[in-house]
Design a binder for this molecule. Structure first.
Ligand SMILES: [Zn+2]
Ligand SMILES: [Zn+2]
Length: 334
């Protein structure tokens, strides 16, 4: 039996919950959870905001732990090895997306907490390919948040081929943004933090920002006109989209990883400047592996607040308050 914490409805607290995962499939791995980050998607899923939640709901898709059991056809992983599991736990590995290396875009991909039970537990099960080895130099306690939030903000730098000579803006200095600043700085870019919280300026600079702009200040946005190769939006609020497109240099991209409800932007300046608006979810298996190596090389890690997993409900309240600096990690077995 796996011992987890489950919510029986959108309004329920998480309570201890046992379930039988069934026989381990030949291509599957059981991971002993050591740490599990909490991502905003865990809260959205628990509240069934997207209408795809099944109850009882076991959240947790930022797992860092060790291989506990491997299926008979699994190669390349050993019991005891450190691995992590993120948003995706399984994909078909045969469709064009999977074969092109974009397994995260597989139409049959299964989310770790969508129709499956996630990492708010002592164990979690995933397809072997989605159990990503954690390199030396990355501590397990630090790396849970890399597997969802970290990958989500690393992926756009690679997918948009942002050059190291480029300039990157990061909108929102929170759970995602504080990792994006570190990635963009280590990538070699000039980095600008956009935030509505001027008190975050010192921390933003410590995490890699060369510049800090108060995004409530229209004249500050105007002063950055034509500046950025990429502006990465990590917030889910409605923005003055035209003002942000205006901060892009010709050929630049406004890239969204925060889910604002809709975008309204004026097309003509985008045509004239060959600017684009794009968006992406997490990232592929290879991207995740590259990200982990990059973190080890540049000593990048999220800032985390730790809670024992037994205090999951307190941790979820803390997340909902918007106060975490900047990512919450649960310690299993406590
Ligand atoms: Zn997530
Ligand atoms: Zn596929």
């Amino acid at each position: 039996m796996f011992h987890a914490y489950a919510a029986s409805s959108a309004d329920s607290l998480f309570e201890p919950f046992e379930y039988d995962p069934g026989e381990l499939g030949p291509d599957e791995v059981d991971v002993q959870v050591e740490y599990c980050g909490i991502c905003h998607s865990d809260l959205s899923m628990k509240q069934n905001d997207w209408g795809i939640t099944s109850f009882p709901f076991v959240g947790g898709h930022e797992v860092a732990g060790r291989v506990a059991a491997i299926g008979e056809r699994v190669a390349g992983l050993e019991v005891g090895q450190r691995v992590g599991v993120g948003w995706t736990s399984q994909s078909c590995l045969r469709c064009n997306e999977c074969l092109s290396g974009y397994q995260n875009r597989c139409p049959d991909a299964q989310g770790t907490i969508v129709g499956r039970h996630g990492g708010f537990a002592d164990r979690v099960r995933a397809q072997a390919e989605w159990c990503l080895p954690i390199p030396d130099g990355v501590a397990s306690v630090d790396c849970g948040p890399l597997f969802c939030g970290g990958l989500t903000v690393f992926n756009p730098l690679a997918e948009n081929a942002v050059p190291p000579t480029g300039r990157v803006g990061v909108v929102g200095i929170g759970g995602l943004g504080h990792m994006a600043l570190q990635f963009a700085r280590a990538w070699g870019c000039e980095v600008t933090a956009f935030s509505t919280s001027p008190e975050k300026e010192d921390e933003a600079r410590q995490m890699g920002a060369h510049r800090f702009l108060n995004s409530r200040d229209a004249s500050a946005l105007q002063s950055a006109a034509g500046r950025f190769d990429m502006v990465l939006v990590t917030v889910n609020a409605a923005l003055d989209w035209d003002a942000y497109v205006n901060t892009l240099r010709p050929g630049g991209t406004l890239h969204l990883v925060g889910a604002a409800e809709k975008i309204e932007a004026t097309v003509f300046p985008m045509i004239m400047g060959q600017k684009s608006i794009s968006a992406s979810p997490t990232g592929s298996i290879v991207r995740a592996t590259e990200m982990l190596e990059f973190c080890a090389r540049h000593e990048i890690k999220p800032m985390v607040e730790q809670f024992p997993m037994s205090r999951l409900n307190d941790a979820m309240d803390h997340l909902a308050s918007g106060q975490p600096r900047y990512r919450i990690v649960l310690t299993a077995g406590e």
